[in-house]
Design a protein around this ligand. Structure first.
Ligand SMILES: [Zn+2]
Length: 53
């Protein structure tokens, strides 16, 4: 387990975990988000040409 202070870093550290409460999914070092793919807030759906009502 990782314990200690969380400090924002410009570089993507390894061993980061999803910040969603209760989620301990490890984030890829290529994932610059704070959440895993399940909890990553999606603002722009990848649907082009179709509207989601
Ligand atoms: Zn998560």
């Amino acid at each position: 387990m990782l314990s200690g202070a969380e400090r924002p870093s410009k570089s993507f550290g390894r061993g980061r975990t999803c910040r969603h409460p209760g989620c301990n999914t490890r984030l890829s070092m290529y994932n610059n988000g704070k959440y895993c793919f399940q909890h990553e807030p999606v603002t722009v759906p990848r649907t082009r040409g179709r509207k989601i009502a």
